[in-house]
Design a binder for this molecule. Structure first.
Ligand code: PLP
Length: 385
């Protein structure tokens, strides 16, 4: 890997880490190795690849590139973000306990609450905005503190360094789901996290055309286990998916800059609009986490949530009436999306401690012309005010 230097800048790593020209033909882009198996030169010998669940060169390119973006020694790719999360959680044993931030991706809540609880793993939700509370109420069975920041969908900011310190004090690991920020805006491992989990489906892939997941770590023991589990469980991404994700991540930096700029334009509109009661965005000075966000993120990204003054029905009406913001789950693609979390992405959290307000609307602000996005949303908000 001659091109990959640890001192290279983020954009350089995105283009070159793991992506040297292919050795046989010089192809500049890592080819899609659409093969299930690899010929072996002799019995008991192989080229580094034997069977494509265990390893595939297109996947290796993706894993090296993503690890470089997170500043990690090890990277392991999965078929989806949930497969990545599940594989991390497989290390837990009956009786172990997870602390889950009390605002989290609905699927993470579902996996822990509906699947792992059945296997004897315990969990509890926690408000992680105050690390002292976590410390004071520490459960000795806790092995993992699992957090997102900014959180989904409330955009709460958690101090990664402070939570990692509490976890380490008690001998537990800190896992950060870095999907919302992306490695361009936030580097959890540098801040003290032990593992970073991604849904690469979102900003890293960036084009709403592929589902994938990823785990990065500097912990050799966890990395060896994850690699073993990746092969043993087999929730691996196919080569075409790895290719698409690699193509997407090359432009992560320029996309995140534009997502962040466009989100600021939308936040300005929302702050002034009478139909909106609260704007949830870590870049706002009045946001309780803005100080931590400024310290641990290089910009605030493209996710914006807001609450509609007239309540749930009006919120649903806004979400269903925009022209350019497409009504859909997911986030992080170049095109803008709008959704009602209570009835869509977070419906599985209804009645739980992770339930979200029913007047909430979540935006994934895309990279269309900012003025068009502002006009589109203003038009929908005007209809209900
Ligand atoms: C989408 C998402 C996931 C799950 O990822 P999939 O690729 O959909 O399996 C996990 N965490 C967050 C924050 C997400 O937005």
């Amino acid at each position: 890997m001659a091109v990959d230097q640890p001192t290279d800048g983020f954009e350089t790593r995105a283009l070159h880490a793991g992506q040297d020209p292919e050795q046989v033909t010089g192809a500049v882009v890592p080819p899609v190795f659409q093969t299930s198996t690899f010929a072996q030169p002799a019995v008991g010998e192989h080229t580094g690849y034997e069977y494509a669940r265990t390893g595939n060169p297109t996947r290796t390119a993706l894993e090296v590139a993503l690890a470089a973006l997170e500043g990690a020694e090890h990277g392991v790719a999965f078929a989806s973000g949930m497969a990545a999360s599940d594989t991390v959680l497989r290390r837990l044993e009956p009786g172990d306990h997870i602390v889950l931030g009390d605002d989290a991706y609905g699927g993470t809540f579902r996996l822990i609450n509906n699947i792992y609880t059945g296997h004897g793993v315990k969990w509890s939700p926690a408000d992680l905005t105050d690390p002292a509370v976590l410390d004071a109420h520490w459960n000795p069975a806790t092995q993992v503190v699992w957090l997102e920041t900014p959180t989904n969908p409330l955009l709460t900011v958690i101090d990664i360094a402070a939570i990692a310190e509490v976890a380490h004090k008690h001998g537990a690991k800190c896992v950060v789901d870095n999907t919302f920020a992306s490695p361009y805006l936030q580097q959890p491992l540098v801040l003290g996290a032990d593992l970073v989990v991604h849904s690469t489906t979102k900003y890293i892939g960036g084009h709403s055309d592929v589902v994938g997941g990823f785990v990065a770590t500097n912990d050799d023991e966890w990395a060896a286990d994850l690699r073993y589990l990746q092969n043993a469980i087999g929730a691996v991404p196919g080569p075409q998916d790895c290719f698409l994700t690699l193509r997407g991540l090359k432009t992560l930096a320029v996309r995140m800059d534009r997502h962040s700029d466009n989100a600021r334009a939308i936040v300005d509109l929302l702050g002034d609009h009478p139909a909106v009661s609260h704007v949830l965005y870590p870049g706002l000075d009045g946001h309780p986490g803005s100080g931590v966000a400024k310290a641990q993120m290089s910009d605030f990204g493209g996710m914006v949530s807001f609450r509609v003054a007239a309540g749930a029905e009006a919120a649903k009406k806004v979400a269903a009436s925009t022209r350019l913001f497409t009504l859909a789950e997911s986030l992080g693609g170049v095109e803008s999306l709008i959704e009602h979390p209570g009835a869509m992405t977070h419906a599985s959290a209804a009645g739980s401690p992770l339930e979200v307000p029913d007047d909430l609307v979540r935006l994934s602000v895309g990279i269309e012309t900012a003025a068009d996005l502002v006009a589109d949303l203003a038009h929908s908000l005007d209809q209900i005010s």
